[in-house]
Design a binder for this molecule. Structure first.
Ligand code: FES
Length: 104
């Protein structure tokens, strides 16, 4: 059956280092909120991409941003830094997030 609905976006697996914690992304949510849904807390404050409290580093994978100007310099982006409060996964990810905490 044909519909006008856009194709469903895919969920991806995120692995956090060095903890080894893992979660699946909800395609409609930021990485920060997907992690929270899986009871994993990452540092955060503003949750809108400006304060940089959530700053962590992408080791592998592709992301995109929900906002046009996340608070990162071009150099930081090139080095792999990301702001999970406004980022969504575009592939499976490995993220260096030493302050991730399991809430389970
Ligand atoms: S929580 Fe402020 S930039 Fe992510």
């Amino acid at each position: 059956m044909l519909t006008d609905d856009p194709p469903l976006k895919q969920a991806y697996k995120v692995s956090l280092q060095p903890s080894g914690l893992q979660f699946e992304t909800d395609p409609a949510m930021s990485l920060l909120n997907s992690a929270l849904l899986a009871q994993i807390r990452l540092p955060s404050s503003c949750r809108n991409g400006t304060c940089r409290t959530c700053l962590c580093k992408l080791k592998s994978g592709e992301i995109s941003y929900q906002i046009d100007w996340p608070g990162l310099t071009r150099e930081e982006k090139a080095e792999g830094y990301l702001l999970p409060c406004v980022a969504v996964a575009q592939s499976d990810l490995v993220i260096d997030a030493p302050d991730a905490v399991s809430l389970k």
